[in-house]
Write a protein that binds this ligand. Structure first.
Ligand code: TIU
Length: 223
């Protein structure tokens, strides 16, 4: 059985990679560019730029192999009917969800800030899941789409490691998906939180899943 060298032990790939999908979480301008949600919460958004080329390489290989790619976007309806007041009020940043910023209304679907960054733009046939929560399964059609496509194995990338990425990985793990988090394909505004998240998901024999480098994944998929 083909595997990817990973921690805490090798990650078993499905037969002919059938059932393997790439998940790219919230690589949207709101989190990666000045003037968006991440910035409004007081973060240095430039820290997240480091993973853009890495995710780009994985995206190119998944596209070349014809394997499913799922992009997610955190955002809310313009009337904020899907945004609990607790979420809107939290943070006490300079701007909050729904306020107008330099890239349009903060964390609102369809606004400029909500768009996935151009380097990782979805192709028309790729799945884009708008999501109101941190986890990509909460109030979204993600699970039924994965079932319909026969997906069983998820290679997980995106931002931020300890918020939307970890929440999604835990939700996926509880649903029975074999989850591999890409060590250099995820980033946080807090380097120590990223480190801790990588350690906690693969601790206890892979209690939430595996972690591996993009190099190991690319080598395995291209061999
Ligand atoms: N603030 C923060 O670290 N993250 C989020 O609000 N959303 C995601 O992680 N996508």
């Amino acid at each position: 059985m083909p595997t990817i060298p990973a921690q805490p032990y090798d990650y078993p790939l499905p037969e002919n990679n059938q059932g393997l999908a790439l998940v790219i979480i919230d690589m949207q301008r709101d989190f990666l560019e000045p003037g968006g949600f991440g910035d409004s919460l007081g973060n240095d958004v430039m820290l997240l730029q480091a993973i853009v080329p890495t995710i780009g390489q994985l995206l190119a290989v998944f596209r070349r192999l014809g394997l499913p790619v799922i992009h997610t976007q955190e955002g809310h309806q313009p009337d904020l009917s899907d945004c609990p007041p607790s979420k809107r009020d939290r943070g006490q940043g300079s701007l909050t969800i729904g306020d107008r910023g330099p890239m349009g209304r903060i964390l609102v679907l369809g606004e400029a800030g909500n768009q996935i960054i151009p380097d990782l733009s979805p192709l028309p046939d790729e799945i884009v899941i708008p999501k109101p929560g941190k986890g990509a399964f909460y109030n979204t059609p993600l699970e039924s789409i994965l079932k319909e496509k026969g997906v069983t194995h998820l290679i997980i990338t995106g931002v931020t490691t300890e918020v939307c990425v970890q929440t999604t990985m835990r939700e996926a793990n509880d649903r029975g998906y074999e989850c591999l988090l890409v060590e250099d394909g995820t980033e946080s505004y807090f380097p120590e939180f990223k480190r801790a998240t990588l350690e906690m998901v693969r601790a206890q024999g892979g209690i939430v899943g595996w972690t591996a480098s993009s190099g190991a994944i690319l080598a395995a998929l291209q061999s």
